[in-house]
Design a protein around this ligand. Structure first.
Ligand SMILES: Cc1cc2nc3c(=O)[nH]c(=O)nc-3n(C[C@H](O)[C@H](O)[C@H](O)COP(=O)(O)OP(=O)(O)OC[C@H]3O[C@@H](n4cnc5c(N)ncnc54)[C@H](O)[C@@H]3O)c2cc1C
Length: 278
């Protein structure tokens, strides 16, 4: 149907980004193709060590999913998005397709082995998340192509992660956010993935911060190096949420706290996370 209607048609999922944009007249599609009528697109399941999320899976369904809870960073992210109303309608597929620089999902998913299963007239194909997001509000998808599924490899034993966002209130996007996913071997960090949100046009993966922790014991010195790398990698704009300098300092602090929680979770501790309200 999207192909038949051409570029003036847009798919509609939860409507939590598209409908507000239409109300503001920032988007005026001639046709909406409502994906909610397509059966079988909302699910969370685990198959052979891979977690699979149908594109139409609501944030709330992931928040309350026992399967998804096996990867705590996903629960942190889902449970912190806006308020109950938005979480009950908004979908993970709509979020990654929207590629909003302030969106939460892509930041958390960036620290995991995440692939986007795409669907178009020529069939289906998989892309790593990092190759799927091209720019702010821009993905590789053509107007008649869809996100079908998001898949995430379940991290190995000894792994822990955390997603932390600082928000002014629940129904607003974060001022800044940080996602950290670690795999520990005793006291030594074997793998580290660190991503920042709301401080660039796309989520920023901080390779220097990861290198500061990888193959090291995480202590004050290595953590300070990771924080400094996060501060340097952030490329924020000054806006009503804070100055660029404030946001740089903020992401460094969020990385520190997220590393601490990720470490405790890697040791098997149950740690509750919710957004930090300013
Ligand atoms: C008050 C409010 C506060 C919010 N706060 C946050 C927040 O704190 N953090 C956050 O991350 N998000 C926030 N959101 C956005 C919310 O998470 C949206 O659910 C999400 O951005 C888009 O998902 P959706 O299912 O609503 O998509 P829609 O609005 O239906 O669609 C969004 C875009 O993606 C396209 N699209 C949808 N599904 C697909 C698909 N399967 N394949 C290809 N293209 C598709 C649509 O055509 C459209 O261009 C907020 C929204 C509101 C209204």
């Amino acid at each position: 149907m999207l192909s038949q209607l051409g570029e003036e048609a847009r798919p509609l999922a939860g409507g939590q980004s598209l409908i507000p944009l239409m109300k503001l007249r920032l988007a005026s599609p001639l046709h909406l193709v409502d994906l909610n009528f397509v059966p079988g697109c909302a699910y969370v399941k685990e198959e052979n060590g891979t977690m699979c999320f149908g594109a139409l899976t609501r944030h709330a369904a992931i928040e309350h999913s026992e399967v998804a809870a096996r990867i705590p960073i996903l629960h942190d992210c889902a449970a912190g998005i806006a308020d109950v109303q938005v979480r009950n309608r908004g979908t993970i597929g709509g979020s990654v397709a929207e590629a909003d620089p302030s969106g939460d999902w892509a930041v958390a998913l960036m620290t995991l082995a995440t692939e986007i299963r795409c669907l178009g007239n020529n069939g289906e194909w998989n892309l790593p998340l990092a190759d799927f997001v091209k720019d702010a509000y821009t993905t590789v998808l053509a107007p008649d192509e869809l996100v079908k599924e998001i898949t995430v490899k379940v991290p190995p034993k000894g792994s822990g992660g955390a997603y932390l966002a600082l928000k002014r209130s629940a129904p607003v996007y974060a001022t800044a956010s940080a996602a950290v996913q670690l795999t520990m071997d005793g006291e030594v960090c074997r793998q580290a993935a660190i991503a920042l949100g709301c401080v660039g046009l796309t989520p920023i993966r901080v390779k220097d911060a990861e290198a500061a922790l990888r193959s090291q014991v995480i202590n004050e010195k290595t953590l300070a190096m990771a924080m400094e790398a996060a501060r340097a990698a952030a490329d924020p704009q000054s806006d009503m949420r804070g100055s660029a300098q404030y946001k740089r300092t903020l992401v460094a602090g969020l990385v520190k706290r997220a590393v601490d929680i990720a470490l405790r979770r890697a040791r098997g501790e149950q740690v509750e996370v919710s957004p930090i309200y300013a």
